[in-house]
Design a protein around this ligand. Structure first.
Ligand code: SAM
Length: 304
């Protein structure tokens, strides 16, 4: 997967050691070629002595605005034509799955679901704004989408681009040690098998008995998965050694080797954490009857 980043501050990302991307799994993905990141200095696409990339806003007001011409030329250098032509080319026979994104506080919210979608593409082009922003015709003519990383205003799009790249690259096949690591984490996808198993074991009468049809992977005797969050919830709390720290012990089920009890505790802890920190996620989460009963026991009743 290829990332092209258009910016007036290419040094923000670069350097011989991959700069901001020179650590951890993202660094490994870039070094092994699972993903590549290419920065493009917008000043290289100017034609005046001062290499001017910005100008005053029409209509007056504070600040400067990034001019459309250098961005247009930078995109052209990447063989990206304005949208109508590009869409026709794509529709015709272009096999390249790509998107051109403007980082903007006014954009749609970048989420884990967006990262999952981007991770299926071949190429992502990121345009970083600065100053008061970017001439609107850049979005109009060249961009497939405008994305915001949150409800706050950064001084430039570079950090937003780095965050988007990081969140996307770690989802690419082969980047994380275990594929399930990115499936069963905060904002992850639903895990129907696991949910059904927990539900059945909590309410054997519903299924006529404890879960028995699962594979070795999902049977109560098998080791717990690394996380039982998923389905739009936050991850559950994690603990490591020592079993007691400053007088605070780990939760009892985590230490007793009962894998079903561990899974159930983790699911409930993920629900409790989501209720405490992000209750807005609950109405859209994929919840089992057991989840709903547990939330009700905490005083939270979902609309039916
Ligand atoms: N005048 C703009 C506004 O009020 O929405 C803010 C411009 S901001 C100072 C400069 C650049 O930072 C933007 O063009 C954009 O590229 C980037 N930026 C700022 N906040 C962002 C966010 N939440 N998500 C993504 N990019 C952001």
């Amino acid at each position: 997967m290829r990332f092209d980043i258009l910016t007036i501050f290419p040094d923000f990302f670069g350097g011989p050691d991959l700069g901001i991307f020179g650590h951890g799994v993202v660094s490994r993905a870039l070094r092994t070629g699972i993903a590549t990141a290419h920065t493009h200095d917008l000043r290289a696409f100017t034609h005046d002595r001062h290499r001017t990339v910005d100008d005053r806003p029409f209509g007056g007001g504070e600040g400067m605005v990034l001019k459309p011409q250098p961005i247009f030329e930078a995109l052209e250098s990447l063989a990206l034509t304005p949208k109508p032509t590009r869409d026709t080319l794509r529709a015709a026979d272009s096999p390249v799955k790509e998107t051109v994104i403007l980082l903007s506080a006014q954009g749609k919210r970048f989420t884990q679901a967006t990262a999952r979608r981007l991770a299926t593409l071949d190429r992502v082009v990121l345009i970083c704004g600065r100053y008061e922003g970017v001439d609107e015709r850049v979005s109009q003519l060249f961009c497939d989408e405008e994305l915001s990383i949150g409800d706050y205003v950064l001084s430039g799009g570079e950090l937003a681009a780095a965050i988007l790249l990081d969140a996307t690259v770690r989802l690419l096949p082969g980047v994380l040690g275990h594929a399930d690591s990115s499936r069963y984490e905060s904002f992850g996808e639903a895990d129907a098998t696991l949910n059904a198993e927990i539900s059945e074991n909590c309410h054997p009468s519903r299924s006529g008995g404890p879960a028995s049809s699962g594979s070795d992977e999902s049977s109560p005797q098998s080791p717990p998965r690394s996380t039982n969050a998923a389905a739009g919830l936050l991850d559950y709390p994690h603990y490591t050694r020592p079993a007691e720290f400053l007088g605070v012990p780990i939760p009892e089920p985590l230490g007793n080797g009962d894998h079903l009890a561990i899974r159930r505790w983790r699911r409930h802890a993920a629900l409790a954490k989501t209720l405490a920190n992000r209750p807005d996620l609950l109405p859209n989460a994929d919840l089992t009857d057991d989840d709903r009963e547990f939330l009700a026991s905490l005083g939270y009743n979902l609309p039916t």
